[in-house]
Design a protein around this ligand. Structure first.
Ligand SMILES: [Zn+2]
Length: 191
């Protein structure tokens, strides 16, 4: 049975590079891999996934009929995998549809996303993926301020950390990956 995967990390945890590499591994073996993202984040350009090291992948956007779309493509030419970027922005319904692709079409679905927002709270898409995925991996990176593993995203505004504002803020130059202790220290949440 195909699995639903969730590979989560903080900002700068190499997610886009990994999704592009995964896609490349399938296609170089002559296997069809469909790439999707969400229309919420268009920093990389319209229907594009772009990594920090300059790799780029054309994608489609997840929509409410994603299951039927993949089923129809798979009937014409076998689909070997589906990769999804920015999965934190997906709805519960979107993720149920993706799980149906794994369960009923027997196609692995590999989702990449941010676990938590800059308040340290789960994104809706991440919450559902943590609930439903068969396999969950953490993509690791290092805290901006010390040498520990980063687990949180700190939002910076004019060089100062803040934890207020809209949940969905674009422009990852505004965010730095930090460990929990540095997050508390920088936001003066230390007891
Ligand atoms: Zn730290």
């Amino acid at each position: 049975m195909a699995k639903l995967y969730y590979r989560y990390g903080t900002m700068q945890s190499n997610k886009s590079n990994q999704i592009i590499t995964t896609h490349h591994q399938y296609t170089t073996q002559g296997k069809q891999c469909l790439a999707y993202s969400t229309p919420i984040d268009t920093r990389s350009g319209f229907k594009k996934i772009r990594s920090r090291v300059g790799l780029e992948l054309v994608c489609e956007y997840i929509h409410e009929h994603i299951y039927d779309e993949v089923r129809e493509i798979n009937e014409t030419a076998r689909v070997h995998a589906v990769v999804v970027d920015e999965a934190q922005f997906l709805s519960r319904k979107d993720i149920h549809n993706l799980s149906d692709i794994a369960d009923y079409l027997d196609i692995p679905v590999i989702c990449f996303g941010l676990k938590t927002d800059f308040r340290g709270e789960l994104f809706e898409g991440s919450k559902v993926l943590l609930e439903l995925s068969d396999a969950i991996d953490e993509l690791k990176t290092i805290c901006q301020f010390c040498n520990k593993k980063a687990t949180m995203n700190m939002r910076m505004l004019d060089g100062e950390p803040i934890n207020v504002g809209e949940t969905i803020q674009m422009g990852d130059e505004e965010y730095v990956p930090v460990c929990r202790k540095c997050y508390k220290a920088r936001l003066e949440l230390v007891k």
